[in-house]
Design a protein around this ligand. Sequence first.
Ligand code: ATP
Ligand code: MG
Length: 331
Amino acid sequence: RPRVLSGVQPSGDLHIGNFVGALGQWVEMLDDYDCFFCIVDLHALTSTRKATGSTVASRARDVAALYVACGIDPSRATIFVQSQVPEHSELMWLLTCSTPLGALQRMTQFKGKSGQTDSIEAGLLVYPVLQAADILLYDTEIVPVGDDQRQHIELTRDIAQKFNAVHGETFVLPRARVPLTGARIMGLDDPDKKMSKTDAVIHPNHSIGLLSSESVIRKRIARAVTDSGDYVEADSEALSAGVRNLVEILASFDHLSFDEALRRVAGESYGKLKETVADSIVSTTEPIRERYEALRADEAELDRILQDGAEKASEVARRTLLRAQTALGIR
Ligand code: ATP
Ligand code: MG
């Protein structure tokens, strides 16, 4: 079975974009792929500067419980925490040594996030190399991610290709798999910006958490930015970014194409559209929320799942790291 790897940063509350762009896709891959799902805590250190390590550790458990609550069965997938497999950091260094600085500076996400503050840590610049290590360590063929990660997966391919060309066949070249709908859910408060965990910390109306209560879901959707119109246009070209985003959310949660979802709500008032979207989110997330509560309460069981996952991951990671070290001539 082809190998799959993907991950989420424990950088805040997971939102509906993380679900339709990532976790929801992962669940559908369990039968046909050898799946590794990581909680990338080392990445979260780049964006949770004020958080202490213990906050990240506790959030890592939250994310693990959420993976399982979403249907990622730990007996059918390897679930593990990145920092528990030290090979990630080691391979990262080997790859950093041959990654062009210019390639990292060109990353859209770096340009966006670094533009927001005057002091930028090096971690924000080099984290795509750590991501490349995450992927390459597992001989990953497919990386199921949201649209924002395409560029990083391309960089990973470039890094692997270059390494193979210089040091001999060492890494498998991965490719991104991005869902047809829901690959880029936009902020409810600002439909020109991608919904993201870190933005949600500052702007409460930005997102809907995967664990939000029904009343919060309804309130947030009701407040979502639309436009000065009253009714949903039937022509998709005529939709504003805010309305388009709501239709996209509906399509993702109801497993429809964008056009099918639009046909369903065309001509409805924005009020009715929002009600339909909220109903759809509630019906999918309610059972997840219930399962999550039970799973999160049992820390011993969670730790057992994560330890088991780390052991399985280490076995693969150790072999790949050794291969890279040998190719480089340091072993
Ligand atoms: P952060 O603000 O900390 O970067 P994030 O919401 O971007 O948080 P990540 O942990 O960076 O989440 O990404 C986890 C996965 O979720 C990735 O596969 C990413 O592509 C996907 N994803 C993130 N945001 C969205 C979104 N708005 N729509 C669809 N997929 C998304
Ligand atoms: Mg992100």
